[in-house]
Ligand binder design. Structure first.
Ligand SMILES: Nc1ncnc2c1ncn2[C@@H]1O[C@H](COP(=O)(O)OP(=O)(O)O)[C@@H](O)[C@H]1O
Ligand SMILES: [Mg+2]
Length: 333
């Protein structure tokens, strides 16, 4: 099931500009992780460093016992094949139709016959709901379809680790909801390890098992969703609740005077909003990496904000979840 990625003391700079320093985190095998952070904090640079497109200044990236940050080209090439990457806007070749775009990695990296390629491409096209659009060119389809084609392409080599760079940017809320469901279903089906960079707070609050936050050249926090959604740490709560109150300002960090003014005005952060239930796969099956709602809170003696884990139909997922598990077990899944 999936592959664990252990990042240790990772530092990256361009010339004299340090992008982030001493980043340490573990992407647990099969988990869905989200990475948040204001624009320009180096989220895309982090993804590119993970796949070995950029070399870090210091630190390690351990995968299957190999250090991707310090290995030779040949090993790097092998390790890269474990990854599928969905770049922003799909990064498709404009001169190829969707079919040939999706087939590209298979033609480049494998010796499969065209009939085998056809089977795999059509399977992935179906998975992302693009059957019938194979002959279209990237310029002729919507942004949402380009992203889904990019996703199909990221999947053709059956990656163990899938990185998504702002899969929801430029999508309307309905398309974002569909895409999030697709991501969760995909994880349930493949058990691959996912890392999603996003700006969408709803996505960050409902999709992942773990959340990380980059701010001021460091990883402020990384851990289970329930840990960050119940955190009182000012940057974390400001970001995850999309508030103006807190250390993050409009352009750069707020200066001391602004923060003091906020404190004088008594604009204290309010109560934490409820932790929403986690998005479930569309079948009844739960994802293998998923943990029951409330477990992290209970283990750590943290009280959930009132109304947590209750969905729009009023169901409390702390009760609903064990029922689903039991039904699954009975169905022999
Ligand atoms: N290849 C590069 N060379 C020099 N600077 C870069 C390069 N790629 C990114 N940067 C810089 O690194 C910082 C982080 O960029 P990026 O990872 O794109 O931020 P984010 O994805 O969080 O918005 C930015 O200041 C950007 O200008
Ligand atoms: Mg980016």
């Amino acid at each position: 099931m999936g592959v664990e990625v252990v990042v240790e003391g990772l530092t990256k700079s361009f010339g004299r500009q340090v992008v982030w320093e001493d980043v340490t985190l573990t992407l647990p095998a099969g988990h869905i992780c989200v990475l948040l952070g204001p624009s320009g904090t180096g989220k895309s640079v982090f993804l590119k460093t993970l796949v070995g497109l950029l070399r870090p200044d210091r630190g390690h990236i351990w995968i299957n016992g190999h250090d991707l940050a310090g290995c030779r080209e040949k090993r790097l090439y092998e390790l890269r094949r474990l990854f599928g990457v969905l770049f922003q806007d799909g990064a498709l070749f404009g001169s190829l139709n969707l079919y040939d775009n999706v087939a590209f990695p298979l033609r480049e990296h494998t010796r499969r016959s065209e009939s085998q390629i056809r089977r795999i491409v059509m399977e992935k096209m179906e998975l992302v709901g693009l059957v019938g659009a194979e002959g279209k060119f990237p310029g002729e389809v919507s942004g949402g379809m380009r992203k889904r084609a990019g996703l199909a392409r990221a999947l053709v080599l059956d990656p163990e680790i899938i990185l998504f760079d702002e899969p929801d940017s430029g999508l309307d809320p309905v398309r974002t909801a569909y895409l999030n469901q697709l991501i969760v279903d995909l994880n349930a089906e493949t058990d691959a390890t996912f890392l999603i960079v996003t700006h969408d707070i709803t996505t960050a609050r409902t999709v992942p098992d773990d959340i990380g936050l980059l701010f001021r050249r460091e990883l402020v926090m990384f851990g289970p969703r329930e840990m960050l959604l119940s955190s009182e740490e000012p940057v974390v709560r400001q970001f995850l609740n999309a508030r103006r109150h807190g250390p993050i300002g409009m352009s750069e960090e707020k200066d001391v005077a602004e923060l003091e003014a906020e404190a004088r005005l008594g604009r204290e952060p309010g109560r934490l909003p409820p932790i929403p239930p986690q998005l479930m796969p569309s079948g009844t099956a739960v994802r293998r990496a998923q943990r029951p709602p409330g477990v992290w809170l209970a283990e750590n003696g943290v009280t959930a904000p009132p109304g947590s884990f209750v969905d729009e139909q009023g169901r409390d997922w702390r009760e609903e979840y064990p029922r689903l598990l039991a039904a699954d077990a009975e169905a022999g899944r």
